[in-house]
Design a protein around this ligand. Structure first.
Ligand SMILES: Nc1ncnc2c1ncn2[C@@H]1O[C@H](COP(=O)(O)OP(=O)(O)OP(=O)(O)O)[C@@H](O)[C@H]1O
Length: 260
């Protein structure tokens, strides 16, 4: 099967600092792939380039064979590659449902003027967005807090709302930035199950950056490890855990040990 995403020789320099150095790997459709590495290794920089928030200095990112690196984030998102969490905008004065409805506008067929004038297309979109928002809210188990103001939500629910906002754009690939950060064990296990369902039931390909090693080992089909901007390993969770270069990278780092 051809890859849904190809990272090809991506190098990103910030002045004299090389944050990513000639990184290449493929992501298969329907795969859950984690990018790991010690603090400052270059994981977020790589994600930003996939989602259009940064442009590679050299190299490229391809989605279904088409180059997407260098496109603006909203154009990458429209094509189906969406980054969520750290860059997600949540309107705190709106309810959960309103937030999810509003985020559907990225895929709207009507023009903004159409909305002001209340054209038939705009009205049809509105009805469809409300239906879809309710479906996403139910899928994520957020029904009980549908009408809650975002400003009242605890961290776990805010994270789930971030995912709902991401899903509103009907992504084919979703990039999750530290989805388990700050979560306790039970919350993490709920999020692990949710991410699995995203893939199993909605066919979404998932890329995640994460420091929680037990969760990474549990959820990933494959793992790519970055250290000092370079890819040092790629393989199954078992292969990564046994890889001497990965173990060495984590020794002496502030992160938890690579073991479970
Ligand atoms: N906009 C920027 N300008 C200058 N340097 C940057 C910029 N963004 C990132 N860097 C540097 O690039 C390197 C990689 O940073 P990055 O955030 O990608 O690492 P990371 O692996 O995601 O780290 P963490 O796990 O701590 O989030 C770091 O040295 C960082 O300081």
């Amino acid at each position: 099967m051809s890859p849904i995403l190809e990272i090809r020789n991506v190098t990103k320099k910030f002045g004299g600092l090389t944050a990513n150095n000639d990184i290449s790997f493929d992501v298969a459709p329907g795969e859950i792939l984690s990018v790991i590495g010690p603090n400052g290794a270059g994981k977020s920089t790589l994600f930003k380039q996939i989602a259009g928030f940064e442009k590679p200095t050299t190299g490229e990112v391809r989605f279904k064979g088409e180059r997407i690196s260098g496109l603006a984030p909203h154009r990458v998102a429209r094509l189906g590659v969406v980054r969520t969490f750290q860059e997600t905008t949540i309107f705190r004065s709106m309810t959960v449902r309103e937030n999810v409805i509003v985020s559907h506008h990225l895929r709207s067929r009507a023009s903004l003027l159409g909305y002001f004038l209340g054209t038939a297309t705009a009205r049809a979109d509105e009805a469809e967005f409300a239906r879809s928002a309710d479906e996403i809210i139910d899928f994520l188990g957020l029904g009980a807090i549908r009408d809650e103001l975002a400003s009242n939500l605890p961290q776990g629910h805010l994270r789930a709302l971030g995912m709902a906002i991401g899903l509103a754009t009907q992504p084919q690939v979703i990039l999750l930035d530290e989805p388990f950060a700050g979560m306790n064990h039970d919350e993490t296990m709920r999020m692990v199950a949710l991410v699995r369902r995203l893939r199993d039931e909605r066919g979404v390909t998932v890329l995640l950056v994460e420091h929680d090693m037990p969760a990474v080992m549990k959820i990933s089909d494959r793992i790519v490890c970055i250290n000092f901007g370079e890819k040092i390993a790629e393989g199954s969770p078992a292969e990564i855990q046994a890889n001497p270069r990965v173990i060495e990278a984590y020794l002496g780092s502030e992160d938890a040990a690579i073991g479970m």
